[in-house]
Design a protein around this ligand. Structure first.
Ligand code: DX5
Ligand code: ZN
Length: 214
């Protein structure tokens, strides 16, 4: 199980010590929630913070861009040190745009992820499932940490897992939003490979919370 703590809920007054605790807890990835105030009604951080975090941590930088213009911001965050970029299908005008952004990310040898809001049908990404490395299933409406897990997400994870297996693909399933020990286990049982957790990790004992998700 890959755990990706979301720094959205981090106490930014003590970044270095918290990043060390994340590593001590055994997390392999760091989830970086970029929000532009348009695609979601919240504004978080830009490439310069990623450059700073990159200097403090050798974890895999899993960058989730909740922005209106993913074609523009994907390269911006890859140049700032992202190891993977996950963008939203709802921010693209059509599947051709989704395809071109996925290809652009892969052309830089980074992990290409596509994310779906809870209300977007899983089937909408089936035509491009073999062109991405990871699917991020949002289990909360994107925009804020600390929200409650949407139970219907479990069915969506299982449905996607079946489709990936049916087609013999090796696409990772990442789940993001309201993840704690209970919901994390349920997601793992449904077929998730990567769990994102913000408030559950940073509002508790960091290493212990991460270990409880492993
Ligand atoms: C929400 C973000 C999530 C969020 C998760 O839009 O994409 O990554 O930070 O936070 P928790 O784990 O607190 O729900
Ligand atoms: Zn996220």
């Amino acid at each position: 199980m890959i755990i990706a703590p979301s720094i959205l809920s981090m106490d930014f007054s003590s970044m270095e010590s918290q990043l060390n605790q994340v590593k001590e807890g055994g997390a392999a990835w760091l989830h970086f929630d970029v929000m532009d105030g348009h695609f979601v009604r919240n504004l978080t951080f830009g490439p310069d913070l990623l450059k700073g975090v990159r200097k403090l941590s050798d974890l895999v930088m899993d960058v989730h861009i909740m922005v209106e213009d993913p074609a523009y911001f994907a390269p911006v965050f890859m140049d700032a040190g992202a190891d993977g970029i996950t963008f939203h299908i709802e921010a693209c005008k059509d599947l051709d745009e989704v395809r071109s952004i996925l290809a652009m990310i892969r052309s830089k040898n980074k992990r290409a992820g596509i994310s779906l809001r809870p209300q977007t049908p899983i089937e909408s990404l089936y035509p491009i499932l073999d062109e991405c490395d990871m699917v991020l299933i949002m289990s909360v409406n994107p925009g804020f940490g600390g929200q409650a897990f949407i139970e219907d997400s479990l069915k969506r994870i299982a449905e996607l897992r079946d489709e990936i297996q049916r087609r013999g693909l090796s696409v990772l399933i990442e789940v993001d939003g309201g993840i704690n020990k209970t919901t994390g286990k349920a997601c793992q049982d449904a077929g998730a490979d990567v769990l994102v957790a913000g408030s559950y990790v940073f509002k508790n004992d960091i290493p212990e919370a991460i270990r409880s998700l492993m």
